[in-house]
Design a protein around this ligand. Structure first.
Ligand SMILES: N[C@@H](CCC(=O)N[C@@H](CS)C(=O)NCC(=O)O)C(=O)O
Length: 368
């Protein structure tokens, strides 16, 4: 029988997310390195975009975007769902996926490309991935070329000279918070990983654990996070449960507070900017493709202000917890709202109307 093929790379953040998921769910797959040739012959022609990972399914569909791939697989492999079924746990799991996928890219990229030791390692890894059969020398030359756009994306993400210290302070604070959590609880929501664990593992494994300088930092600062990373990359497939009675451990509250403090205002501004973009550029027409980035906005991490581009994709991710909250019945919503009171900014953001939806179609982001 044909197996699924995961096209990706060890060095890639989102490949890490999907690989951990496939392993936990015990889904048979072969991993194919996303070499230059594979980009040319498969990734670009089959998906129309240049992102990894790509899943070529056992019935030969080419899927891109880890969130969509996981949702597709969740429908096919129903044992041990990674979405909790109770309202508060589900909402928190979705929020933490958005945080891992869309926000922790900032420390992940900062540490990889601003710390020389990590950068040298990553360049060599890019070379090894792009031209697996070339000599080490050639791999280095290709690695430098291929990694250029990634290293160059720091300003786009908002990493600048003015906030690198703040990004590090924030990341070290997060490590401390997560360390306390994972000391008591194996995964975010109990003994089974949820979609939030898979969101967090991308940056926390592929960059912040695997890059050498960052890996040492994690070992020193947060041994319980290291233990969680190891559980995630080497799971006991299909085992474990979410905590009973819709419990969400108290130890996650500082992490969520950090999310709403740092990422919350960026999400809110993104929603407004997408609506504005649609009214200027599309006159409310549905199905118009929206650019990958639409202007820039300022944001604040640990008191340091910087500028980053506005990514409409971030809204697409946000629509998931937003829809979860908006779709709750009266009773669940009342309970959830009471529990959200300890997270400043959370309720305001979840109530902030998404006036202009965005949708994904053929790996493009369109106005809904
Ligand atoms: N949201 C997408 C993100 C995929 C993504 O950004 N992948 C990176 C590698 S880890 C990439 O291919 N980037 C190419 C680019 O940004 O142009 C997903 O979940 O699959």
């Amino acid at each position: 029988m044909t197996k699924h093929q995961l096209i990706g790379a060890e060095v890639s953040l989102y490949t890490g997310k999907l690989r951990c998921y496939l392993q936990y769910k015990n889904i048979p797959f072969d991993e194919v390195v996303a070499s230059g040739e594979v980009y040319r012959d498969t990734i670009i022609p089959r998906t129309g975009v240049r992102y990894i990972p790509v899943l070529i399914t056992d019935d030969d569909q080419a899927l891109q975007d880890t969130t969509e791939i996981i949702d597709y697989l969740e429908r096919r492999y129903v044992e041990a769902p990674v979405y909790p079924s109770t309202p508060f746990q589900k909402l928190i799991a979705l929020l933490l996926e958005v945080y891992g996928d869309e926000w922790l890219v900032i420390p992940a990229m900062h540490y990889r490309w601003n710390i020389e030791e990590n950068k040298d390692f990553a360049v060599a890894e890019f070379g090894r991935t792009s031209v697996p059969d070339a000599s080490a020398e050639e791999q280095l030359i290709v690695g430098k070329k291929m990694s250029g756009p990634f290293a160059g994306s720091l300003p786009v993400l908002g990493v600048s000279d003015t906030n690198t210290k703040a990004i590090e302070t924030s990341y070290l604070g997060l490590l401390k918070e997560l360390d306390r959590h994972f000391k008591a609880t194996p995964f975010l929501m109990g003994t089974r990983p949820c979609i939030g664990d898979f969101g967090l593992i991308g940056p926390l494994y592929a960059h912040l654990y695997r890059d050498p300088y960052s890996g040492r930092l994690m070992q020193e600062q947060a041994p319980n996070v290291v233990a969680w990373v190891n559980r995630m990359i080497n799971p006991d497939p299909l085992t474990g449960d979410f905590l009973p009675d819709d419990q969400v451990p108290e130890t996650l509250m500082p992490v969520l507070q950090r999310m709403f403090r740092e990422q919350g205002p960026v999400i809110r501004s993104t929603l407004d900017r997408v609506a504005e973009w649609a009214s200027v550029n599309a006159d409310g027409k549905a199905e118009q493709e929206i650019s990958r980035a639409i202007g820039s906005h300022t944001f604040t991490v640990e008191g340091a202000e910087a500028e980053r581009l506005v990514f409409p994709y971030c809204q697409w991710m946000w629509q998931r917890p937003y829809d979860c909250y908006q779709g709750m019945n009266e009773e669940n919503r009342t309970t959830v709202e009471r529990r959200l009171a300890v997270l400043p900014g959370a309720l305001e953001l979840l109530r902030h109307p998404v006036t202009q939806r965005v949708v994904r179609k053929n790996n493009r982001l369109l106005l809904g």
